[in-house]
Design a protein around this ligand. Structure first.
Ligand code: SF4
Length: 452
C-alpha cells in the first residue's frame, strides 16, 4: 500500500441509518491517518459517497449525487471520487464500466479497505473492491459518529434470511449475521462513555437477532444493554412481525430503559397480498400481536410501514388496508408506493398496478393517517411528557426535542419553549401547550441538572 498522505475528504452518506453506521465505520478506519474531514465537496481532494440502492428511487438519488460530483471533478473543483455501499454492491461491473470518472468502487464488505483505497486513488490508480467476504464489524472497529453526541445507532446484525418478494436486501447484503451480545455491550459502553444517552438499534431484521446462531437473542440483548450505565433510552427498529416474541414484549414491559416504542413494518394487511409478499403472518395473527403489545406495554407508540400498489392489490385490498389504519390508529406510519425492483420475484407477478393508481392510493392513505395523527396528538394537550433535547431552534428560547415515542429523523419533534438554557442531550419535562399534525409544542417545566 502506498503511504497515505495528508489530504482532505468530504463525505455524503445517503440512505437509512444502517448505511449511516457503515459511513461512520468507514471513516473510523481513517481516524489514525493524516486525512482531514471537510464539510464542502468543492475544494476537497476526494469525496466519499456512501450509497443506497434498496429501491429504484434510492439508486437514482445515488446516481444523481455521483453525477454531480463528476461535474465538479470535470470543473477542477474536486480531485477524486470514491463510491461505496449498496449501489456498487448491487450493480457491480456494469456501474464500474458506466461511470468511468469515478476513481474507486467499494462494496458493502470493503469499507475496511478505505485507507488503502484512498492512498491508491490519490496516486491516480483506479480501484474496485466488490468481493463478497461477508465481514461483520465488531466493537473494535472505530466509528466517527455523524449523529448528535447524545444519540447513536448500534448496528446489531447484517443481512437478512427472509424472502419477502419485493425486497432486494438479501441479495445485496447477504444472509443474516448477528454480532455477539458481548461485542454489542462493549460498543454500547464505549458510546455511553462518549456521552451517548440514547441508543437506536438497527439491522435489516432486528427481531431475528441470534437466529443465525440457532436461537432468538433479542430479548437477552435488550436486557443486557438496559444495564449499560449512562444509557437512558433504548429503541430498536425494523422488527419483522413473525419473530416478535413474548420475551421481547416482556423486556419492553420490565426494562425502564426500553422506551415504549415498537417499530413493526407490516407491509400490508390483506391475507392475499401478504401471501404474495411471502410474509407468513396473516391479518389475524398480526392483530393478536398488536393486541398483546398494546396490552402489555402501556402508552406504547407503534410505528409501522405499508406498501401501497403491490401487484394484485385491488380496490378491495386497499380499502381493507385503510379500514385497518382507521381501526388500529398507529401513532407513527411510513407509506411507500410499490417499486418494481429488477431481480425480485414481485417484479414478475401479474396484476401490476399503474403509477397513477399507486399515487392516488398513496395520497388517500396519507390523508387518512394525517387525520389519525392529528387526533392522537390532540389527546396529548396539557399532558406532561419527558423529552430529550436535540438542538437549539432558530427562535430564541426555543429548542427542538423528542418524546420517547419519536425516533430520530423519522418521527415528530417537540418545539420546547424554555426560560432556562437547555443543551443537546438534556432530559426535560415538558407541558404540551399546542399540538400539530405530527409535531408538538410545549414549555419546559424544570431543568436544573438536565435530569428530569
Ligand atoms: S424482512 Fe425486511 S430486509 Fe428481510 S427480506 Fe423482508 S423486507 Fe427485506
Amino acid at each position: 500500500m502506498p503511504p497515505l498522505k495528508t489530504a482532505t475528504l468530504s463525505v455524503i452518506s445517503l440512505g437509512c441509518p444502517k448505511t449511516l453506521v457503515d459511513t461512520e465505520r468507514a471513516l473510523g478506519f481513517l481516524k489514525k491517518t493524516p486525512v482531514r474531514m471537510v464539510d464542502k465537496i468543492e475544494g476537497s481532494d476526494c469525496v466519499l459517497i456512501n450509497t443506497c440502492a434498496f429501491i429504484e428511487s434510492a439508486s437514482q438519488e445515488s446516481i444523481d449525487t455521483i453525477l454531480n460530483a463528476v461535474r465538479l471533478k470535470k470543473d477542477g473543483s474536486l480531485k477524486k471520487i470514491i463510491v461505496t455501499g449498496c449501489l456498487p454492491q448491487r450493480y457491480g461491473q456494469d456501474l464500474v464500466r458506466e461511470l468511468e470518472e469515478v476513481d474507486a468502487f467499494l462494496g458493502t464488505d470493503a469499507y475496511h479497505t478505505l485507507p488503502e483505497t484512498l492512498a491508491r486513488v490519490l496516486q491516480d490508480e483506479r480501484v474496485t473492491q466488490l468481493a463478497d467476504t461477508r465481514t461483520l464489524y465488531d466493537e473494535l472497529s472505530e466509528r466517527s459518529l455523524f449523529t448528535a453526541t447524545h444519540t447513536a445507532y448500534l448496528k446489531i446484525a447484517e443481512g437478512c434470511d427472509k424472502k419477502c418478494t419485493f425486497c432486494t436486501i438479501p441479495f445485496i447484503r447477504g444472509g443474516q449475521r448477528s454480532r455477539t451480545i458481548e461485542s454489542l455491550v462493549r460498543e454500547a459502553e464505549g458510546l455511553a462513555a462518549q456521552g451517548v444517552k440514547e441508543l437506536v438499534l438497527v439491522s435489516q431484521n432486528t427481531t431475528s437477532f441470534g437466529f443465525d446462531r440457532g436461537r432468538p437473542e433479542l430479548a437477552r440483548l435488550l436486557k443486557s444493554l438496559a444495564r449499560v450505565p449512562g444509557v437512558r433510552w433504548i429503541r430498536f427498529l425494523y422488527n419483522y412481525p413473525d419473530d416478535f416474541g413474548e420475551e421481547v414484549i416482556e423486556a419492553l414491559h420490565e426494562e425502564e430503559a426500553l422506551v415504549p416504542y415498537v417499530d413493526l413494518p407490516l407491509q400490508h394487511v390483506s391475507d392475499r397480498i401478504l401471501r404474495r409478499m411471502a410474509r407468513p403472518m396473516g391479518r389475524a395473527a398480526i392483530e393478536e400481536l398488536l393486541q398483546k403489545i398494546r396490552k402489555r406495554v402501556p402508552d406504547v407508540a407503534i410505528r409501522t410501514q405499508f406498501i401501497v400498489g403491490f401487484p394484485g392489490e385491488g380496490e378491495e385490498e386497499f380499502t381493507e388496508l385503510c379500514g385497518f389504519l382507521n381501526e388500529w390508529k398507529f401513532e407513527r406510519l411510513g407509506l411507500f408506493m410499490f417499486s418494481k425492483e429488477e431481480g425480485t420475484p414481485s417484479a414478475r407477478l401479474d396484476g401490476q398496478v399503474s403509477d397513477r393508481v399507486k399515487e392516488e392510493r398513496f395520497d388517500r392513505a396519507s390523508l387518512l393517517q394525517r387525520e389519525v395523527s392529528t387526533g392522537l396528538n390532540a389527546r396529548l394537550m396539557g399532558r406532561e411528557v419527558l423529552c430529550l433535547v436535540d438542538e437549539t431552534a432558530q427562535e430564541k428560547g426555543v429548542y427542538l426535542g423528542r418524546t420517547a415515542w419519536d425516533a430520530p429523523e423519522v418521527d415528530g419533534q417537540v418545539f420546547i419553549h424554555s426560560e432556562e438554557a437547555l443543551h443537546p442531550g438534556d432530559f426535560v419535562r415538558v407541558r404540551i401547550e399546542d399540538t400539530l399534525e405530527y409535531d408538538l409544542v410545549g414549555r419546559a417545566l424544570r431543568t436544573g441538572s438536565g435530569q428530569a
